[in-house]
Design a binder for this molecule. Structure first.
Ligand SMILES: [Zn+2]
Length: 204
């Protein structure tokens, strides 16, 4: 906790920053003092943005992506192809795939990947919601677009097994083509590489 020699509002900001991932006490202090010295509008804008994050965001009940409304704009768009669902780890991956401008199906956001080291199990992800969708929506193909990492591969494999265990509903399971940098995140892949990986997806 920040020292009691500090005015309480400053100490409180430092403590809150320090709770964020990757931010130690030193960085938290630097950020807090930066805001203190900056013009008041900057601190107010940050406060308003954070309040909007807490109050203005919902989870789409269909695809589990974050959005300002439920259903999200993609799920609500009648021009999207409802028989194809692209499964990704994070909301930023949806953004990356949308940027390619070539994908017309729907999404499903897992909110993470299986990682025993970090204590993240299948139950912590939105896999159950995906299985429910497969049983209630006219889905013919799921594209496993988890990251090309140990965790992403383990997650894709787990989902594949779970889907195969369903009574045969003739669902095609595909995986993005290789070519994405190994260990790199889909959210950082350039549009052309990602469009090619989607185009060249293969059955698993
Ligand atoms: Zn949605």
């Amino acid at each position: 906790l920040a020292s009691s020699a500090l005015p309480r509002p400053v100490a409180r900001v430092i403590d809150e920053f320090a709770r964020l991932p990757g931010v130690g006490n030193k960085t938290a202090s630097r950020l807090a003092f930066h805001l203190l010295r900056a013009d008041r509008e900057q601190a107010r804008a940050l406060a308003a943005a954070l309040a909007g994050l807490a109050d203005g965001i919902v989870t789409c009940s269909r695809c589990c992506n974050i959005a300002e409304a439920d259903p999200c704009p993609v799920c609500a768009d009648p021009a999207r192809e409802p028989s194809v669902v692209c499964v990704v780890e994070e909301p930023l991956d949806v953004l990356a795939i949308e940027r390619t401008g070539t994908y017309r199906g729907l999404f499903h956001v897992l909110h993470g990947a299986i990682s025993p080291v970090d204590g993240i199990t299948p139950a912590d992800l939105r896999i159950r919601e995906l299985i429910l969708r497969l049983q209630s929506e006219p889905i013919r193909e799921i594209i496993l677009a988890t990251n090309p990492s140990l965790e992403g591969d383990a997650t894709a494999m787990y989902i594949e097994r779970s889907v195969r265990a369903l009574p045969d509903e003739g669902i095609r399971i595909t995986r993005l083509a290789r070519g994405l940098p190994i260990g790199g995140d889909i959210e950082y892949a350039d549009e052309i590489t990602l469009a090619r990986a989607l185009e060249g997806r293969r059955d698993v």
